[in-house]
Design a protein around this ligand. Structure first.
Ligand SMILES: Nc1ncnc2c1ncn2[C@@H]1O[C@H](COP(=O)(O)OP(=O)(O)OP(=O)(O)O)[C@@H](O)[C@H]1O
Ligand SMILES: [Mg+2]
Length: 230
């Protein structure tokens, strides 16, 4: 039997200035859709296009420059905090890094780091320090904010954050969306209220789409059934 398609019949348009939230149950295809949108995966059928140019035809290295991704699963890289944020790309000045740290909440960690931005993010090596899971997530968010990309994809971006840090991220999204498109994947109902549009996926298909008010008004909404308020 051929493998089942992870997504099927999905049609979605995201534009600059807009926050679109993707919600639903585990395994419904949210991460797959976000990876298709940023060109990390190419569709086996249909098309993903940026301004009418198919991602299949675009030079991946050039298109990835326009994307910032906060992945659901991230890797703990034993580099300095500075290198973990920039990888030598973009504006590498302290001012640019500190602005991104402020937006992500990583700035709160800096006084505790021996060498500030130059601290090595592993306790395995001399002079390094180990971050907690939530602190790593703040760092990964800093990396995405620092990129200043036109498309910001956030896949469960606050799963490891404390309540205050999570609130900071979601309350800052509208400002970030002024000059970029944001695709937000989250299970938490309170967080999707910030989105202009909510897309509900079920087993790889879009089953509902609308504003928070529209979807929460519908008795049968999968949105209320699947999101936790935690
Ligand atoms: N690299 C892959 N190769 C093959 N199948 C995959 C791959 N990644 C995911 N899948 C399958 O695609 C489907 C959708 O997975 P996806 O990760 O997009 O779900 P999700 O909605 O993000 O789930 P979650 O809420 O758990 O993060 C699942 O059935 C999964 O097993
Ligand atoms: Mg996922």
């Amino acid at each position: 039997m051929p493998p089942k398609d992870s997504l099927s019949g999905v049609s979605l348009h995201v534009q600059r200035g807009e926050i679109v939230a993707l919600v639903e149950e585990n395994g419904s295809g949210k991460t797959t859709l976000s990876r298709l949108l940023c060109g990390l995966l190419l569709p086996t059928g249909g098309e993903v296009a940026w301004d009418h140019a198919s991602t299949a035809d675009l030079d991946p290295w050039r298109s990835w420059k326009h994307v910032a991704l906060v992945p659901q699963k991230f890797t703990y890289l034993p580099l300095t905090m500075r290198d973990n944020i920039t990888f030598g790309q973009g504006d590498t000045s302290d001012a640019a890094l500190l602005a991104a740290c402020e937006a992500s909440g990583a700035a709160e960690m800096l006084p505790g780091l021996r060498s500030g931005l130059n601290t090595l993010m592993t306790s395995e090596w001399f002079g390094g320090q180990q971050l907690s899971g939530g602190q790593w997530q703040r760092l990964v968010l800093t990396r995405a904010f620092h990129r200043q990309a036109a498309l910001l994809l956030m896949d469960e971006p606050t799963a490891a954050l404390d309540a205050r840090a999570e609130h900071r991220i979601f309350s800052g999204l509208r400002e970030l969306a002024k000059d970029r498109a944001i695709l937000l994947i989250t299970h938490r109902l309170t967080n999707v209220a910030v989105a202009d549009r909510i897309v509900v996926l079920d087993e790889g298909r879009i089953v509902q789409e609308g504003t928070y008010a529209q979807l929460t008004r519908q008795d049968t909404s999968g949105l209320c059934g699947s999101c936790s308020d935690g």
